[in-house]
Design a protein around this ligand. Structure first.
Ligand SMILES: Cc1cc2nc3c(=O)[nH]c(=O)nc-3n(C[C@H](O)[C@H](O)[C@H](O)COP(=O)(O)O)c2cc1C
Length: 161
């Protein structure tokens, strides 16, 4: 079965709620899903997954330091995440508070690992990943679920080829 890992950082619960919705979507896409706070996630969790979704709050226009530290630590497993499927989500305080730059910063790490990134051609959540302003509303939750489902489905296709 396709294994999907959701790793997120959240101080006040907004990104955590998005993580739950991404996980729900991935389950409906047929994946076996693990959801971990970044404080509890390990590098082995990353190497054991077929698809990985990172979520972080937007801090000063980029990902929170806690999430950046985790991605920095993953230098130790360079080469081991190649061809895994990746996607990202973020909650920011304001609409143009840097949510897209946050998504792109996390995607940069995934690209450096040789991962395959899932975008959104139909704007259910956002072109570069799922976004919410503060606590995700109903529309943002739909975007999160859709993103999780698409990552699960693509990871299954890539895993079986
Ligand atoms: C240190 C810090 C920096 C922040 N910087 C930004 C920012 O640059 N742009 C923005 O829109 N929101 C910013 N915020 C607001 C958070 O992104 C927002 O409250 C988010 O929903 C928090 O997610 P969480 O509940 O998962 O922790 C910042 C919050 C903190 C604590």
């Amino acid at each position: 079965m396709t294994k999907l890992l959701v790793v997120y950082h959240s101080r006040s619960g907004n990104t955590a709620r998005m993580a739950e919705a991404v996980a729900e979507g991935a389950k409906s896409g047929g994946a076996d899903v693990a959801i971990k706070k970044v404080e509890e996630a390990t590098l082995e969790d990353l190497t054991g997954a077929d698809g990985i979704v990172f979520g972080a709050p937007t801090y000063f226009g980029t990902l929170s330091g806690e999430m950046k530290s985790f991605i920095d630590r993953s230098v130790r497993i360079r080469g081991k995440l190649e061809n895994k499927v990746g996607a990202t989500f973020t909650s920011s305080g304001s609409l143009s508070g840097g949510n897209e730059t946050t998504l792109i910063s996390m995607i940069e790490g995934m690209l450096i690992h040789g991962m395959v990134i899932v975008g959104d051609p139909i704007e259910t959540g956002g072109h570069y990943g799922a976004v919410a302003v503060g606590m995700p509303d109903a529309q943002a939750l739909i975007g999160c679920r859709k993103l999780g489902e698409r990552v699960a489905k693509l990871a299954k296709i890539i895993g079986s080829s």
